[in-house]
Design a binder for this molecule. Structure first.
Ligand SMILES: C[S@@+](CC[C@H](N)C(=O)[O-])C[C@H]1O[C@@H](n2cnc3c(N)ncnc32)[C@H](O)[C@@H]1O
Length: 503
């Protein structure tokens, strides 16, 4: 068997695809790009008040604001030699929509979908996960790119929940997944079936009369063609399962679900397993350019597929690595775009403070403040939570270390600030990770905060760690080792309950 592909990239999938992925190299693409579906629909169509600077664009918050970057990407689509139909469509959409957030989003997606089509093998399929706010425009883009003849299905992922009594509309309870092939003539597809829940369900769906054999076996009469009827025993007929249609009832994850990690847009694994089983085979390459906390990657690994994932936030990459280790043990994963040297880390610190902080928090295997969202500086970048045993007590105590990451100059004042945060938050410890080598004065000041007894051992109240030492394994964070896992453990992978249709 050829070598396993297990690749994680940090970065904008547009540049990663352009720079790193070869033409016709993947068998299946699933993408679940971020969309501001909470924005009021008509706000998405409002013209911008003033154009922002392209150079200020960072991460996906800006995906849906029209600015110079959108204008540049729009021109790229128009000039791309592979995109003549798409270019016409984009011009028409620009006339129809006007310049607004919706157009910015569509341009952003169209440019990336162009690259996605390039990396797909002729036999490959693509599943674009979106919601009804923009799915109709994205379908036009997909038709423009892949050709209407390659449209396979619009899958409705339906999830139930507590429906409120609304005065002006129905409750929204579904996402849309647009499924296209690159070339219908050679597309790879395996019919997908689920087990029948009961004989009763089978009979109800088939609308056939159940009869009893002389030896009490249940059967139905099926048409064999030419008016001939044949006996089909229920026990045999049901083996093939129930081929799924385009309405997929799969529960959304809630916080108490075993597979739920601390990633807000995480999709259920069952959804991804279905897509991967239907549209790829063992050994194929599954590609997710917006991989988030890696649901598609996890499902691909479980189903013995190769995989490539890209995400623009360090938090996602750190989470995926941990998720895979929890579920499958140590795997040989190639990561690209993450700092591997101290110089690379300094560069990230200069280029993007927020991503630098998230990357360091990931290095410590800690929990980012507010799930990694940007916000007012509270003096907290992350937490390490743990438990420790106290002599004579049956239940362990819980403790927290507050983490502060500094990418630029630091000094004693930062230790004083962290100390007041520890007091305010009633935490046990503080950890300051500094990109710049901490001064002797800082180390002395930190040491002066003394030790705290946590269970049977004493630990420093304040630790100041130079990032270079951390990266080279010369420094480590000292805290009780019984970690409370904020991300929750991805459950160990087990076999599952799905049937494959024959033929
Ligand atoms: C809706 S989430 C995906 C969730 C994923 N399906 C899961 O189950 O975890 C979208 C992801 O796209 C990432 N993202 C946004 N813009 C990106 C870009 N230009 N390139 C790569 N990733 C991007 C975000 O960081 C976010 O993690």
């Amino acid at each position: 068997m050829s070598e396993r592909v297990r690749q994680l990239y940090y970065g904008d999938c547009l540049s990663v695809m352009r720079e790193q992925l070869a033409d016709e190299s993947v068998d299946l693409v699933y993408l679940d790009p971020p969309f501001n579906s909470k924005a009021t629909y008509n706000v998405l169509f409002k013209p911008p008040e003033k154009m922002g600077e392209g150079s200020q664009i960072k991460a996906f918050d800006d995906t849906w604001h029209w600015n110079l970057e959108s204008e540049r990407e729009y021109d790229e689509i128009l000039q791309n030699p592979q995109s003549s139909d798409l270019a016409n469509l984009m011009e028409a959409l620009r006339r129809f929509l006007g310049i607004n957030d919706m157009l910015a989003y569509i341009v952003h997606m169209a440019n990336r979908l162009l690259e996605i089509r390039r990396v797909m093998k002729p036999t490959a399929s693509v599943y674009l996960h979106c919601d009804p706010t923009a799915s109709h425009y994205l379908k036009l883009v997909m038709d423009g790119l892949f050709g209407a003849k390659n449209f396979r299905n619009e899958v409705i992922w339906h999830y139930s929940g507590w429906n409120r009594k609304l005065r002006d509309s129905y409750n929204k309870r579904h996402d849309v997944i647009l499924f296209y092939s690159k070339d219908i003539k050679v597309v790879n597809f395996n019919s997908y079936a689920l087990p029948w829940e009961s004989e009763g369900e089978y009979v109800k769906v088939r609308k056939q009369k159940v009869r009893l054999d002389s030896d009490e076996r249940k059967y139905v009469l099926s048409d064999k063609g030419g008016g001939e009827r044949v006996k089909r025993y229920l026990s045999e007929a049901m083996v093939y399962g129930k081929p799924v249609d385009t309405i997929w009832d799969i529960p959304k994850l809630n916080n108490s679900d075993k597979e739920k990690l601390s990633y807000p847009t995480q999709k259920p694994q069952a959804l991804l397993e279905r897509i991967i089983e239907a549209s790829s085979n063992e050994g194929d390459v599954v590609f997710d350019p917006f991989c988030g906390c890696g649901t598609s990657i996890h499902a691909a690994e479980a189903l013995k597929r190769n995989w490539i994932g890209i995400d623009i936030t360090h938090l996602a990459i750190a989470l995926i690595k941990k998720r895979l280790t929890d579920a499958f043990g140590e795997l040989a994963i190639t990561t690209r775009g993450l700092p591997t040297s101290y110089a690379g880390a300094m560069e990230l610190a200069r280029a993007d403070k927020h991503q630098f902080e998230l990357w360091v928090i990931g290095l410590l295997n800690a929990q980012p403040y507010k799930g990694g969202r940007k916000g007012a500086d509270t003096g907290i970048d992350g937490y390490l939570r743990y438990k420790y045993i106290v002599e004579g007590e049956r239940d362990p105590e819980r403790g927290t270390a507050i983490i502060e990451v500094k990418g630029g100059q630091t000094g004693v004042k930062d230790i004083r600030n962290l100390d007041s945060v520890i007091t305010r938050e009633q935490a046990e410890q503080g950890i300051l990770v500094s990109a710049v080598k901490p001064t002797k004065k800082m180390l002395e000041h930190a040491a002066g905060k003394g030790l705290v007894k946590l269970g049977f051992q004493e630990y420093p109240v304040m630790q100041v760690i130079w990032l270079k030492d951390l990266m080279e394994g010369k420094a480590q964070v000292l805290h009780p080792s019984y970690r409370i896992d904020h991300t929750k453990q991805a459950p160990k992978q087990e076999g599952k309950n799905q049937l494959k249709m024959e033929g």
